[in-house]
Design a protein around this ligand. Sequence first.
Ligand SMILES: Nc1ncnc2c1ncn2[C@@H]1O[C@H](COP(=O)(O)OP(=O)(O)OP(=O)(O)O)[C@@H](O)[C@H]1O
Ligand SMILES: [Mg+2]
Length: 351
Amino acid sequence: MFFGKKQSLVGLDIGSHSVKVVELEAQANKSYKLVNWGVSQPLAEAIVDGEIMDRQLVTDAISNLLESRGIKTRSVVAAVSGRAVIVKKITMNKLSAEDAQQAIYWEAEQHVPYDINDVSLDFEILGQAPNDPQQMQVLLVAAKKDMVMSFSDLIREAGLQPSIVDVDSFAAQNAIEANYDLAGDEVVAILNVGSEMTNINIVQGGVPYFTKDLQVGGATFTEAVQRKYNLSQSEAAAAVRGESGPGLEVTPVIEQACEGIATALDRAQAYLRTAGEAGSITRILVCGGSALTPGLTEFLNRRFRVNAEIVNPLARIQYDPALFAGQDVMKVAPLLTVGIGLALRRQGDKR
Ligand SMILES: Nc1ncnc2c1ncn2[C@@H]1O[C@H](COP(=O)(O)OP(=O)(O)OP(=O)(O)O)[C@@H](O)[C@H]1O
Ligand SMILES: [Mg+2]
């Protein structure tokens, strides 16, 4: 223990649009301080559907980003999502934690559509099934070994050491739980709306009841506006950010593009109700760069008649305002949610 030396925690969020880095320092009294953050240049088409198409471009973006921000820590926490992971909640006979391990592997074989030898399996026993005291619920997280390996290698190629590989939607949940007091009976839909992907995670009392990744995000909104008004990509992107002049009615186009997210939430809600697991969604928290899309939270608010708001992952994290000099913190913070959730992970954390 080096007296007075603060521990640096680095979260690295590698998205299809950009790489985000967050550096936190643990403070006395269990709080955290943001000491550094950064967003890389746009990655163009280097990552498509969670698959790395141009490794060099991504590793260069990562190392340039850390270098430009002066981040010296080499050990980072990162996350995979998309096709690399399957998250599934299963119900099985109640067993002790020791006996459960073997049985869960066996159960997993029937729930995971890959050869069980090709996935690394993690699980968490959630507790008794709501309808049957003899049964328990288990959250299975199966990650394709080859994809996680290739992702870890990518981080090493950038000169870093991946200490934990987490899952995007769990990292978003982690960041939110560290910054919000969520009541035990609240059913919260967390939406991480990125560029190509939206991670849905419906949480109650700290338990992820339903997770799904949809191929919808800022890029989808831009394409829809581009098609409708015959604009260039950059003109459409500006319109989606609410930066175009009058005359363009982008809100209905974006709302139509968001219908896929709303439909997925409808289905999740119906599934949770019939499974007797949770009631209706009572709150929607939106993070990721596209959370800032004008009209998105209003649309969700109207559609679900619950409070839908943009996440502030810095609500309880200290920082020097100079870190955001010249920028509106609230326009940057939602983008950093996953990175913050990752930086808050500790070695030995489950899930
Ligand atoms: N102010 C804004 N208004 C609307 N959209 C924005 C704004 N700022 C950023 N975006 C959009 O956010 C998206 C990038 O968000 P984010 O960094 O969360 O995505 P990503 O993690 O790189 O991608 P993914 O997770 O989908 O692979 C882009 O589509 C960008 O256009
Ligand atoms: Mg992302």
